[in-house]
Design a protein around this ligand. Structure first.
Ligand code: UDP
Length: 333
């Protein structure tokens, strides 16, 4: 006799049942939407320390969706069949790791172990959300998956970088030793609706500053580079990876690289703000360059990004214009 499921048997019959940890966060909620659109039943698990139920509010009452408020560093209990586990739970902004260093380490280490344990127990496939931070402040440019990185383990970002590197090692160990069907995506800077305005990352920071007439806070000389991927492109790459038989890490990101100063100029131009730029000290271990080599994603997944920066950033700005409560709080803070 199988355990009772979270879904009515009529609803889940012939459909994959998929667990998304971090399911009410920025990426987890977009992934959940995509999986539902693909016909899955989805169980989102989140402890809401950086996620927000606002991101999944539109799914209330959906018979193929369930939400469990739970900290995945504790044993994860999901009754019944599970076919796929996506491990997306983690603080993901440099400011969050400064405020939450130990939860960041724990979710990358214990949360990965528990979610892999869930996949193993259920015979489910598994996908780990890893990161370009595995490459640290890279000495190879652009970054290819076979580069082992330049990471400071004891710096303020080390809590995220090393937890994710451990998570990759743990995932490969479950693959090799327990034969779990695992995949690893290394996610580069991604932006779009549902980011938190105050999460400290450069996209919401500059948009929030531009929309509230505050100076744009450029860290360092603004010559450091990032490559920004629109969220729908990223989710498409991740979905394709989940359907593949590829077990080694795959970079997903947009190779269009720009300096942070150039990014700030785009935000000033598109919003039409009168805000100026203001220079601040560069955070410790801030990578000087970052650009994904997406040759592997092209070859293995037939994937490449489609959304032009100008289109994606306008969508994102329009989204933040609608977030009046967040904008009010941003203006005051
Ligand atoms: N940055 C900035 N001003 C801000 C926030 C970030 O100049 O208000 C810079 C930051 O120093 C980094 C880049 O923008 O060089 C991207 O930072 P983010 O926090 O978005 O993520 P990271 O790519 O560093 O993980």
């Amino acid at each position: 006799m199988s355990q009772a499921s979270l879904f009515h048997p009529e609803v889940s019959r012939d459909r994959p049942i998929t667990v998304v940890t971090g399911g009410s966060g920025f990426l987890g909620s977009h992934l959940t939407d995509r999986l539902l659109a693909e016909g899955h039943c989805v169980v989102a698990i989140d402890n809401l320390i950086t996620g927000n139920t606002r991101n999944i509010g539109h799914l209330a009452g959906n018979e193929r969706f369930r939400f469990i408020k739970h900290d995945v560093t504790q044993y994860i209990f999901v009754p019944g069949r599970v076919d796929f586990v996506f491990h997306f739970a983690s603080p993901a902004s440099p400011i969050d790791y400064l405020e939450l260093p130990i939860p960041t380490l724990k979710v990358g280490a214990l949360g990965t172990h528990n979610s892999l344990g869930l996949a193993k127990a259920k015979g489910a496939k598994y996908l780990l959300a890893s990161t370009s931070e595995c490459y640290g402040d890279p000495l190879v440019h652009p970054q290819k998956e076979d580069y082992w990185g330049n990471v400071n383990p004891i710096g303020p970002r080390g809590v995220y970088d090393e937890a994710k590197r451990f998570a990759e090692a743990m995932t490969m160990a479950y693959h090799r030793y327990h034969k779990v069907d695992t995949k690893i995506v290394r996610i580069f800077n991604t932006y779009g609706p549902r980011m938190r305005l105050r999460d400290g990352r450069v996209v919401p920071a500059f948009i929030g500053q531009a929309l509230t007439g505050k100076p744009l806070t450029i860290f360092g000389d603004g010559k450091q580079t990032r490559s920004f991927c629109y969220v729908s492109d990223l989710i498409d790459g991740i979905f394709r990876l989940s359907q593949s038989d590829f077990h080694e890490p795959v970079n997903i990101g947009n190779p269009r690289e720009m300096t942070i100063e150039e990014f700030g100029r785009h935000i000033i131009r598109i919003t039409g703000t009168r805000s100026a730029m203001e220079f601040h000290p560069l955070p410790v271990d801030d990578p000087k360059v970052r650009q994904p080599d997406i040759g592997r994603a092209r070859q293995v997944l037939g994937w490449e990004p489609k959304v032009d920066f100008e289109v994606g950033i306008r969508e994102t700005i329009e989204y933040f214009r609608t977030q009046t409560d967040q904008l009010d709080a941003f203006a005051k803070g």
